[in-house]
Design a protein around this ligand. Sequence first.
Ligand SMILES: CC(C)(COP(=O)(O)OP(=O)(O)OC[C@H]1O[C@@H](n2cnc3c(N)ncnc32)[C@H](O)[C@@H]1OP(=O)(O)O)[C@@H](O)C(=O)NCCC(=O)NCCS
Length: 166
Amino acid sequence: MSKHIPEEHLEIREMSIDDLAAVFHLGEELFTSEYSSSMYRTWDEYEITTLFNSDSELCIVAELDGVIVGFALGTTVEKQNSSWKYGYLVWIGIRSGLQKLGVGHKLFNEIKQRMVEQGVRMIIIDTDADNEAGIGFFKKQGFDNIQKHVYMTLNLSRARQKRKKG
Ligand SMILES: CC(C)(COP(=O)(O)OP(=O)(O)OC[C@H]1O[C@@H](n2cnc3c(N)ncnc32)[C@H](O)[C@@H]1OP(=O)(O)O)[C@@H](O)C(=O)NCCC(=O)NCCS
């Protein structure tokens, strides 16, 4: 049986303004340039402040004995021509050393419940194709229907150099 943190030590609750710095720094530790080599998903202070401004009920933290050890940040999306409301789980992260102890699952359950209360019918996530831990985690939470997404870049400085030579 997998290990879990005792309930009495762990609190899953909505993020408050006082948690912003702790969540930001925890995200900095987790979402480094090695985590994602592309610029497509970059962790910065705007990520938290924007989501906190727009969807504070979908900004959840996990606090272990008074210390922030995890977070889940989400938003909702309504597409044109669709009556469905989508939940987008933008970031979820657990302090390294405290992963695989059930904290991510608890955070996910909380944000999922809150999304359901907001009328969400489908939750979407995206992550790098080589994030095996993340993909394993999301599959365990019931996600399927993996769609491959192509990410491309155009290096403008190289194009400029070519033009100069030509
Ligand atoms: C992905 C992440 C949030 C999972 O959180 P966690 O607290 O470690 O996950 P849990 O302990 O709740 O795991 C629940 C289930 O997910 C699966 N899982 C978790 N970590 C896994 C791993 N490294 N490899 C494969 N499956 C994994 C397991 O099936 C696990 O169930 P089990 O304990 O019964 O085996 C955490 O690993 C993390 O912070 N990773 C870095 C940031 C990241 O990649 N975020 C996702 C994209 S935004």
